[in-house]
Ligand binder design. Sequence first.
Ligand code: BG6
Length: 484
Amino acid sequence: MVSRVIPVDDFDLVIFGGTGDLARRKILPGLFRRFRSGQMPEGSRIIGAARGDLDRAAYQDTIRKAIEEFVPKGARSKEDVAGFLELLDFVKIDATGEGGWKELADMLRPGVVRAFYFSVAPSLFGALAERLHGHACAGPSCRIVVEKPFGRDLESAKALNKTLRDHFDESQIYRIDHYLGKETVQNLMAVRFGNVLFEPLWNAQFIDHVQITVAESVGVEGRGAYYDKSGAMRDMVQNHLMQLLCLTAMEPPSRFDPDAVRDEKLKVIRALDDLSPEDIVRGQYVSEKSGDNYLDVVDDPDSRTESFIAMKLSVSNWRWAGVPFYLRTGKRMKARQSEIAVVFKDAPHSIFGQEQGKHRNVLAIRLQPNEGMDLFVTIKEPGPGGMRLVDVPLDMTFADALGPDAEDVPDAYERLIMDVIRGNQTLFMRGDEVEAAWAWTDPLIEGWTERGEKPYTYDTGSSGPEEAAILMHSEGRRWRDITG
Ligand code: BG6
């Protein structure tokens, strides 16, 4: 298979927070990979903007080190790195003062795509936006990119949206949820809407339930201060899992264009029923053996923040009436595994007799690791001895199906930044979507806070608290194993 990399137009990308963790870990290594693949034209420029006392050479050196740290050796050559560093520039800037703004304005070129990545605390968004306009850096065709967390509740998200919209049109604002940039997430749309096989079955008549799991083996170490104020609900469910749910449950948009897709996602969020306390299980990890306890890591023995959450949701519309959506995510679980599993109903009648047991089709969409899909189908066990049924996966591991090209699949950040340059907002969250997600999340968080609920505990390296398993068992269902 021949890889088709279509170069984007020349651009000036300014990264505020250009020396920060995200820039060094994700943004610049990602841009380097796009450069290396030939997607980033040589007429492009990346301008790091930060408070630090750096000049261009020192910035290039910082980024060279970041590439050496975060891009595997086999995926970079000295020449490529040198070529990429040539595209970099640096400006020392004061986000809340006047220093550096004139210099930045002088660096920007007319006639190329202009994008500003706000990789800084949201409290600085307003100051940056004002100065970008004040110094004539931002015109009607420029784009700004912002990261999660996009607020911590409905009120703060509305305030942030207002700050941004006071200065930019919604069509200029790119809110990143990096889960939307994952290869399989987009493939979910390709599978649903590019085939006739699935969509006729994609409803309450044929689907028993949907399970969405985002299990992580890492803990919260190093991010305790942020995480303890957020918990799994704010950190993962309100954004990443909600997006996965939306793409699974949404109606077919009429076109694969930003507003058509985002309108349909918004309808799903608005159709979510309120949950009762029994539909939610929260947990905190503990390890008697290693002493790796959530409460110690966040240094608060009384913390009631969850490092795990499982919940049962219903989407109240004709397509999904009576179909539960089970979501779970947590830190320090058995393995790193993210997947969406669509579990179909039993065949209405078995011609093979009771002794063959129940068999179900499952479509498992694996986000990580081993991106791909498995469609479990029931077949006859090979060999003599009569009709015995087994469930086997039709394996669609992308790496196998697509050969070497699959290894060159851009990671979420690379793809999303290229979409910003192309001016395609389809894989970015619209302001009203973010607000709707908070409007659904807020009362749940307020509920357990008011009730003073303590999370259950779960062992590190497990699948979460026993109570999460019971959430399913009590209805005759079970979570799929986390195998990594
Ligand atoms: C981030 C969360 O948005 O996503 C982290 O803040 C989490 O807590 C991360 O670890 C997971 O992303 P990925 O791509 O590793 O699954």
